[in-house]
Design a binder for this molecule. Structure first.
Ligand code: SD4
Length: 327
């Protein structure tokens, strides 16, 4: 009979030894990156400046008796409906054929998750993702199928192009150069991690993806394990930036896995960034990660300067500039 590694280690007693060694190896500082949080929830952590609004909405939802899942859904819905954001929902910049296509996912403390990708003409892809999670046997619906599912569930058809995004597209058509800009000018996906009063962790992520992407391109944001990952026994992570680079290292899943093995959220975010940087030339690539551990400790890290995030707890909301690798 083939002996697997685990039973081999158990039989030889090496299991206990390797556990001891790995605990030693990973027993590092548990200081939060901004020293703000090491308490239980409620805590919300969201990408970019608009994360402040989203977090405050999420806190309100909890205060009004909503669940942690309601909070991470409703928090990002506010940003989806904001016509000023150029890479989420209404007003999001289109693909190179002029169509706005949406990617979103949500993950619950119970390990369940739902996602939509390449969804068109729906104001709240995050709510469709939640419906996929709660009312279907699937995790992800794409394109026309996602739209039909949304329509059948009462989501209205909405034109997501605004005067501003139409003008930007017209302007882009003149040269048609695909050159993602590395910071907030072109990246304002909202990713949110939330911990409720009980210490249960939830997450959501929603975007219209990269401006002027190829038709059919899907980024990291709707992919569980890339754009978002939650393991309620360990913690959660969410990503923003160039989706292709995040997918290649399974960014959010890696961060949670590292935390499981003793990394602090900050150390885990740094290691995920290192993996991207070791993988490819990141001179013109920005990626930012946020993470929260089961004890409520937080971390954030990016490749380049410019990534910021909002952190909220009962003491209030703060916008924090993330630490970064390329100094
Ligand atoms: C994507 N990660 O589609 C998204 C883009 C993003 O802020 O984060 N924008 O690749």
């Amino acid at each position: 009979m083939k002996t697997n590694r685990r039973s081999f280690l158990e039989k030889t007693g090496l299991g206990a030894l390797s556990l001891l060694l790995s605990n030693r190896l990973f027993a590092k500082s548990s200081k939060s990156m901004d020293g703000l949080t090491k308490a239980k929830g409620p805590i919300f952590l969201s990408t970019w400046t608009h994360g402040q609004m989203a977090n405050e909405e999420a806190l309100r939802v909890l205060a009004n008796g909503g669940s942690g899942l309601d909070a991470v859904e409703k928090g990002v819905m506010l940003i989806e409906a904001d016509p000023e954001g150029s890479s989420v929902g209404l007003g999001g910049l289109p693909d190179r054929t002029g169509k706005v296509t949406l990617d979103a996912c949500i993950m619950s403390a119970d390990g369940n998750c739902g996602a939509v990708c390449m969804l068109e003409n729906i104001l709240h892809p995050i709510s469709v993702a939640r419906k996929v999670m709660e009312d279907t046997p699937h995790v992800m619906l794409a394109g026309d199928g996602a739209y039909e599912f949304a329509s059948a569930n009462g989501f209205e058809k909405v034109d997501l192009l605004t005067k501003k995004s139409k003008a930007a597209f017209k302007n882009w058509k003149k040269e048609q150069k695909y050159k993602p800009i590395i910071n907030v000018e072109n990246h304002d996906t909202i990713g949110m991690l939330g911990m409720d009063e009980k210490g249960d962790i939830y997450g959501s992520c929603t975007t219209s993806g990269l401006a002027y992407k190829m038709r059919g391109r899907i980024g990291d944001s709707p992919i569980i394990g890339a754009g978002l990952f939650i393991d309620n026994e360990v913690g959660g992570a969410v990503a923003t930036g160039l989706g292709e680079s995040i997918i290649k290292v399974a960014g959010s899943a890696i961060i949670v896995e590292l935390m499981r093995h003793g990394y602090s959220p900050q150390e885990a975010c740094e290691e995920a960034v290192n993996r991207i940087v070791n993988n490819e030339d990141t001179k013109d690539i920005q990626v930012g990660f946020l993470a929260i551990s089961k004890s409520g400790e937080t971390g954030a890290y990016a490749i380049h300067p410019g990534f910021n995030f909002a952190i909220s707890n009962q003491e209030g909301t703060r916008l924090v500039n993330s630490d970064y690798l390329v100094k």
